[in-house]
Design a protein around this ligand. Structure first.
Ligand SMILES: Cc1cc2nc3c(=O)[nH]c(=O)nc-3n(C[C@H](O)[C@H](O)[C@H](O)COP(=O)(O)OP(=O)(O)OC[C@H]3O[C@@H](n4cnc5c(N)ncnc54)[C@H](O)[C@@H]3O)c2cc1C
Length: 375
């Protein structure tokens, strides 16, 4: 009987975090199996603005989103619920690209170097220093290490009994692409009562509109069109958008129970990366960069031991946890703080007045939620 192969590493989830890790490790001769439940390409609920923080790293892996038409973005516009605008230059800048194209771009490189299995992981067991990963199609795969890159909320969070699954998360998000006259170089964040909506262009010249709101705000209207026309359109910028933009999706994409609660970067010996380790409030426009950066942190740490042929699981877990916290904890904290300010009408009014009078305030806050762009 053929002996089951033991992979150096199995990565569960092939979004940006999982794909980037797969590429980085496979480029360095690790045997990598990436398991993703959906085929590529596919649309995802996301603001589709990516900070340049990760561009040098992506290029070092041979990935350049600008080569497939991603829009260079250097300006930020934020409006309050009445539509009063503040504009600022983005300290690092970024690019606009659809998830449909971005994930596919990285996948094209990954599939040449790593094994990609399309299946849903149902169980991850750890025994005698080895993992066994069981899929919906009853495949059982073995690995020395497992990376959890399964996003904000997955069946595996329930399987692993993760704490945040028991906490209330009342956020929902809606996204679609539109034809609309909008500057290529700008990402806009328009506030409305109970939420905010991001607008930016993608590589196909369309505008991605993605908003986050509370279930409490949404439930009074109950329907996406009604909510957009009655609540979002109280902001004159969003009124103009939803009146004049031509929707390109048959139906908007939606997700619910979006959780911003704290998570642990290592659980049951699984190294969590991307949203599986923690999700920053989308208004910071930095979740994708964080997902990619966490892939880099993990991969570099893992390769140090892999190349020496000498692993100490406990110290690897400790080092990763520490590096993850050093890099992201304060960004997540700032993100939570900004979210609280924006969602509180009185605090938001004061915040906007301050930002109007102190032009350096918005770039300073943006810097606090972003890292630097060294590869
Ligand atoms: C409303 C909203 C707007 C946002 N806007 C922005 C923005 O403008 N800019 C920005 O930088 N970030 C933004 N973000 C954050 C960004 O979308 C995430 O941080 C990023 O997608 C994280 O990537 P990931 O690889 O960790 O997760 P994902 O991209 O979600 O990938 C997880 C993958 O795991 C797979 N998976 C899950 N469970 C299993 C399983 N059991 N077996 C196999 N596969 C599985 C899924 O199919 C998925 O492909 C936004 C988030 C939200 C909610």
């Amino acid at each position: 009987m053929e002996k089951t192969k033991t992979w150096d590493i199995i990565i569960v989830g092939g979004g940006l975090a999982g794909l980037t890790t797969a590429l980085h490790l496979a480029n360095n001769y690790c045997s990598v199996c990436l398991i993703e439940k959906n085929q590529y390409p596919n649309h995802k609920v996301c603001g589709e603005y990516v900070s340049n923080e990760v561009l040098p790293y992506l290029r070092s892996l041979g990935i350049d989103p600008l080569h497939i038409g991603a829009k260079k973005i250097s300006k930020f516009k934020i409006t309050d619920i009445k539509g009063k605008p503040i504009t600022a230059n983005l300290p690092l800048g970024g690019f606009g690209i659809s998830r449909y194209a971005f994930d596919q771009l990285i996948y094209e490189s990954v599939k040449k170097k790593a094994h990609v299995l399309f299946d849903t992981v149902e169980k991850i067991g750890f025994e005698k220093n080895q993992f066994s990963v069981t899929t919906q199609n009853k495949e059982v795969l073995k690995a020395n290490f497992v990376v959890g890159a399964f996003g904000k909320r997955s069946n595996l969070d329930a399987f692993l009994n993760r704490k945040f699954m028991k906490q209330n998360s009342s956020w929902l998000a809606v996204k679609a692409h539109y034809e609309y006259d909008f500057p290529d170089n700008t990402v806009a964040l328009h506030n409305f009562q109970g939420g905010y909506c991001g607008l930016s262009k993608t590589e196909t010249d369309v505008v991605n509109a993605c908003y986050l709101t509370t279930f409490k705000s949404f439930k009074n209207c109950g329907k996406i069109d009604v909510f957009q026309n009655e609540e979002l359109s109280k902001n004159p910028f969003l009124n103009d958008f939803f009146t004049n933009a031509r929707p390109l999706f048959k139906k908007s994409l939606t997700i619910s129970q979006v959780s911003f609660h704290k998570k642990k970067p290592v659980e049951n010996h699984i190294f969590m990366i991307g949203d599986s380790a923690g999700l920053i409030h989308p208004l910071c426009g930095n979740g994708m960069a964080m997902a990619i950066k966490s892939a880099q942190i993990f991969s570099e740490l893992f390769l140090e031991s892999f190349q020496k042929g000498n692993f100490n699981r406990d110290s690897l877990e400790l080092d990763y946890r520490k590096k993850w916290e050093d890099e992201f904890e304060s960004r997540l904290k700032t993100g939570r703080f900004i979210q609280r300010v924006l969602m509180n009408p009185r605090a938001s009014k004061v915040g906007f007045a301050l930002a109007k009078n102190i032009p350096s305030l918005v770039p300073m806050i943006i810097k606090k939620t972003h890292g630097n762009s060294k590869s």
